[in-house]
Design a protein around this ligand. Structure first.
Ligand code: GAP
Length: 442
């Protein structure tokens, strides 16, 4: 049983993780801002992804393409024509629904009569320059993928890559979703972490399977409970217009199983379309085999916001400690927004405060470290537990004599005394230990 979404939303607000966007004006539906703690968490999620798919592999390159693209891109990609949701409206209560969400032919809210279905394009349209006419129409990209396809030859040639190789990109995408909701699960502006992996036709299915396994394990390695993850193969009638096959990695969100990441075999659809529409030959020439072909593409496509939400939900724990409720976000160290908090036991003792500040200053060079003396030690611990800080260092009266501090472990709440000069090495060691455990679990 996972935690209710309301608890996550309220914790996120209370602890500076996620705020409602433009809240002072009453907000704008289903749009969220990452606060000081949330921005660190989401950045750690993106860094963990980049490390795993770019730095730890020798067959990947990175890219950061623009959000606005030549609109011809969207004609070629099929998004102008096919990136639509069929909609119906209730004639009585005026509520709007995706046809997919309706069972039967009456309004699910009031039982009223429904209109005929209409197609609604999910792309946000805008205009470049001062004149709002057809010649100046542009779209906010609905997926980062197309920025990769149009750069396929640039990357392949300039980086002297041989197939198979892939391109990874993290960036914002925009969709005028009809039914956004469930906190950051479905929003109109979101961040994607996408890979387009180019392979020789015929080797695609095997490569597709490898990526599914690789990406599934990524979530497990970062601490998601195996029971909360599953794979779901798409039926042929739900495949996107470009996909030969697709499997979703689903997570057990509070509202039920839902897509976390999709891995698709896009065949040669995109490169072929872009070749035809641009008139540029996007074939790959295999020097050794003297063969020319349009590569097939395997696409693992994840959402940075959705993954962040899943890590938040999965790490949420409520415990009873001395008859009091303790809320903990039990993140893996690498995801924790703050790695260590330094807390003085007495804030009216200048020597204790100075020592604590100096330890925090020193640690800051290596870890995301904070100093906090704004409450009693019990409250400070609770605050750090709720944002998932794995270690708290307390400087007390005894520290002034023995030059040792207390290190408290978030999960076990066990405390050990560590010499001040050895604290950095101690924390580095804890981090290394966690990595070893991860590797053992694989
Ligand atoms: N290039 C393929 C593609 O965009 P998708 O399944 O539509 O595929 C991939 O999107 C991932 O992007 C999803 O698995 C999800 O994590 C994230 N995503 C898609 N739409 C989203 C939305 N409206 N809000 C938040 N995340 C979204």
């Amino acid at each position: 049983m996972t935690v209710e979404m309301d608890k996550i939303v309220s914790l996120c607000k209370r602890r500076g993780i996620i705020f409602q966007n433009s809240e002072i004006y009453g907000g704008i539906g289903n749009t969220w801002d990452y606060g000081p703690i949330g921005v660190e968490l989401k950045r750690n999620v993106k860094d963990a992804w980049w490390k795993s798919v770019v730095y730890e592999r020798d067959d990947m390159e990175g890219l950061d393409a623009a959000i606005l693209m030549n609109p011809a891109t969207w004609k070629a990609s099929g998004h102008l024509e096919s990136f639509t949701d069929p909609l119906v409206d209730c004639k009585k209560c005026k509520h709007r629904f995706k046809l997919d969400d309706i069972n039967g032919d009456r309004c699910p809210d009031c039982g009223g009569e429904l209109t005929e279905e209409r197609s609604f394009n999910l792309m946000f349209k805008t205009f470049i320059g001062p004149v709002e006419d057809n010649a100046s129409v542009a779209y906010l990209r609905p997926e980062t993928a197309q920025g990769i396809f149009v750069n396929f030859l640039n990357v392949q040639k300039m980086m002297r890559r041989k197939i198979p190789f892939g391109i990874a990109q993290i960036g914002k995408s925009f969709r005028n979703e009809i039914t956004p909701g469930n906190f950051t699960f479905r929003t109109r502006e979101f961040e994607q972490m996408e890979i387009e992996y180019f392979v020789k036709p015929g080797t695609d299915e095997e490569c597709y399977k490898r990526w599914v396994e690789e990406r599934f394990n990524w979530y497990l390695d970062l601490g998601i409970n195996k029971e909360h993850l599953r794979l779901r193969e798409h039926e042929s009638d739900e495949l996107a217009h470009y996909a030969k096959s697709c499997v979703d990695i689903e997570y057990l969100f509070p509202m039920g199983w839902a897509e976390l990441e999709g891995i698709a075999n896009r065949g040669d659809f995109d490169l072929r379309q872009h070749s035809e529409h641009s008139g540029k030959d996007l074939c790959y020439f295999d020097e050794a085999a003297k063969e020319k072909y349009i590569p097939y593409v395997i696409e693992p496509s994840a959402g940075a916001d959705r993954a962040t939400l899943a890590f938040l939900i999965d790490s949420y724990r409520e415990e009873k400690v001395k008859k009091e409720k303790r809320v903990v976000l039990a993140f893996k160290n690498c995801l924790a927004p703050i790695k260590v908090a330094v807390l003085p036991l007495l804030r009216n003792r200048p020597d204790i405060v100075e020592t604590a500040r100096s330890i925090a200053g020193d640690l800051r060079r290596e870890f995301k470290a904070v100093y906090d003396d704004t409450a009693s030690i019990g409250r400070l611990y609770r605050r750090q537990d709720e944002i998932g800080t794995p270690y708290c260092i307390t400087v007390d009266v005894q520290s002034m004599d023995d030059h040792q501090v207390t290190v408290r472990d978030r999960d076990s709440m066990q405390q050990v005394r560590v010499p001040i000069e050895g604290i950095k090495a101690y924390l580095k060691d804890c981090h290394a230990q966690e990595k070893l455990v991860e590797r053992g679990n694989k």
